[in-house]
Ligand binder design. Structure first.
Ligand code: GLN
Length: 501
């Protein structure tokens, strides 16, 4: 009974709970049992409080017994990336500097999930402050790919992707600054969606790069992603960058007929340097979507060009991203000074020494590298040459997309250049690690919404995803195409062997 509950979609869980077929406690126990059984090997969670989870489930059961009505995520367990503030519950960003931080408030998305009657099941691992592509930069633990635990799950939202892939939660929330939802979704074989910048409130998301960060859903099916996005999206007076636009009915948009959708394949994203199997799977998916009623056209995004020189890749988008993201991070992370939050060094001579030691001991390598890079890019004399220049190129990159969307409804591309790599394989080379996001970063720079959808498996049994990019505010288009694809594939239904029958 329990193992089958953990395979249900969020839509099924809500319906069966509301019908009275199953209790919220049985549902919570099914997922907690999988966490207990699997997570010592996978390391997806930083914090699970089983008794608190069961208490919330019991309260939902009592309310059902009293004949109450429920919100759209009734009794649905949801995992939360640990950079989302949760009132009274530690929120660490997988950093030593926030090790003991307990927020006095909930992020807006957390508040909305609670109001929707979801059951938060735990806080998931990430690269420290969401900086990374493999979840190896966590100060706490490495998260492993359920399809092959010797490999990374992608990052930075690796924990959230893994818990959906391994049936430890039916849905999860992550954040995406340069690919951190889509890239781990692709490498773990689940669906991940980065909404349009401004669609979802960032209030209570610990800031990394504020002009790029967006919160979004992980799910197995397009319907579940629509359901979760519906709860996350919408205006919030607490975030001035959150748009004053009503969210459409995403489930209805996902169900609209797909025939006639115009899909563009950008020449720049099908490059020599990418893995042949990945390329073949993505191209095959494009042709099957064509057979399902889409029209395919080639197009060009000239400023999103990726240059290949032997083994090495370079792209304007990656270069621009690592100026802008680090500049914003250096400013955002200035608040961790040992005075107001979390960690403070035990011994210091004076105040300046206290700042230096607290930050020196509290931040990990990658975070420090970014603070130094970003501070440099913003310093007087270099500001114009680096930061300002990057902002200008960002605008040009965005115009490529505006131009392309005059003639197509969606852009289809690979999500990642390769399937999941081995733990430790790229930790010595930050640059190689940065290039894992070569296909995802542009959508953050341009603000567009984009999703990764499971498209198949390599010969070695590793999942591969394709990426869909849509115009601003057109998440419905992403969900509609993902839903159409899921009618003609079972790639999203397969489970990693570790999960068992
Ligand atoms: N991998 C990219 C980085 O390291 C993107 C991370 C993210 O989207 N949070 O910055």
């Amino acid at each position: 009974m329990h193992s089958s509950i953990a395979a249900w979609t969020a839509v099924e869980i809500r319906e069966r709970f509301c019908r009275g077929d199953v209790s919220a406690l049985e549902i919570a126990d099914a997922f907690l049992a999988n966490i207990e059984r699997l997570d010592s090997r996978l390391g997806a969670f930083l914090l699970v409080r089983p008794e608190a989870v069961r208490d919330r489930a019991r309260r939902l059961d009592e309310r059902r017994a009293a004949g109450e009505t429920f919100g759209p995520l009734a009794a649905v367990p949801v995992a939360l990336k640990d950079n989302l503030c949760t009132r009274g519950i530690p929120t660490t960003c997988a950093s030593r500097i926030l090790k003991d931080f307990v927020p006095p408030y909930d992020a807006t998305v957390v508040r909305r999930l609670l109001d929707a009657d979801a059951v938060p099941i735990g806080k998931t691992n990430l690269d420290e402050f969401a900086m990374g592509s493999s979840t190896e930069n966590s100060a706490v633990q490495v998260t492993r790919n359920p399809w092959d635990p010797s490999r990374i799950p992608g990052g930075s939202s690796g924990g959230s992707a893994v818990c959906v892939a391994a049936d430890m939660a039916p849905i999860a929330v992550g954040s995406d600054t340069g690919g951190s939802i889509r890239q781990p979704a692709a490498l773990c074989g689940v669906l991940g969606l980065k909404p349009t910048y401004g669609r979802v409130s960032r209030y209570g998301l610990v800031a990394f790069a504020s002009s790029l960060d967006q919160i979004g859903p992980f799910a197995r099916t397009a319907e579940d992603a629509a359901l979760l996005l519906q709860v996350l999206a919408g205006h919030d007076p607490l975030d001035s960058t959150c748009a004053r636009l009503p969210a459409p009915d995403f489930a209805a948009e996902a169900a609209r007929p797909f025939e006639g959708t115009r899909i563009g394949l950008p020449r720049e994203f099908f490059i020599e340097g990418m893995d042949g199997e990945v390329r073949a799977l993505v191209e095959e998916a494009a042709h099957r979507l064509e057979a399902a009623g889409a029209t395919l056209t080639g197009l060009t995004l000239p400023h999103n060009r990726i240059d290949v020189d032997g083994e090495s890749l370079s792209s304007f988008a990656v270069a621009v991203y690592y100026i802008i993201a680090t500049a914003e991070a250096s400013s955002n992370l200035a608040r961790y000074d040992g005075v107001r939050y979390g960690f403070r060094a035990d011994e210091f001579r004076d105040m300046i020494d206290m700042y230096a030691r607290s930050r020196g001991e509290g931040f990990g390598e990658e975070v420090k590298r970014r603070i130094v890079l970003g501070t440099y890019a913003l310093s007087s004399g270099y500001y114009d040459a680096y930061y300002l220049k990057a902002c200008k190129v960002r605008t040009i990159i965005r115009r490529d997309f505006d131009e392309a969307f005059k003639s197509v409804d969606l852009i289809l591309a690979p999500t990642t250049p390769t399937a999941a790599f081995r733990v430790g394989e790229k930790t010595e080379s930050p640059l190689e690690m940065y290039l894992s996001d070569v296909f995802t970063i542009s959508a953050n720079l341009a603000g567009n919404c984009a999703a990764s959808v499971p498209c198949g498996f390599t010969g070695g049994g590793l999942p591969v995803g394709f990426q869909l990019i849509a115009p601003h505010w057109q998440e419905g288009r992403l969900l509609q195409a993902a839903h159409a694809w899921q009618q003609i594939t079972d790639a999203h239904l397969r489970r990693p062997p570790i999960v068992g029958p």
